[in-house]
Write a new protein. Sequence first.
Length: 147
Amino acid sequence: MNKQNLTYLVLFFVILIVVLIFASKPESSLSGFETVSVDEAREMLEKDDFFLLDVRTPVEFNESHIEGAVLIPLENGYGSNLGPDQLLEARINEVPEGEKVLVYCRTGRRNAVASQMLVDAGYTDVYNMGGGISDWIEAGYPVVSGS
C-alpha cells in the first residue's frame, strides 16, 4: 500500500468516526430537549417536581388529562377557536423558568413543537413525552376524565 492510499484510508476512517459520533448523539443534545417514553415520564413525575404542560386544546383536555397538568394550547384545532393570546407562543411566560418541564399532547407531534419553542425561549430542563397521552392511556396510567 502506498502513502497516498494510506492517507485516503486514514481520512476515510476519521470521517467515519466523526459521522458516527454525531449520529449517536441523543436527541436532547441536538434539539435542546429530551424525548422520554411514557414509562420514563411516569417515573420522573413520581420522583421529582415537574411543571406538567398539556399543549392540546381545551376540548381534548376536558376529555382527559394527566393529573396536575396545566393547559396552555399550542394551536387551534379539534373544534377550538382560541385567540392568539390564548396560545403557548403568547403565554410562554406562564411556564415557570428554572423548573423541569414535561410537555405532552395527544400523540407527540405538538409536544415536540412546544418543547422546541420552550428551548428556543431559553428553557433548559425540557422533556418531551413521546407518544403523548394516547400512549400514556394505552400503558394503563391514570388520567383525570372530564365532565
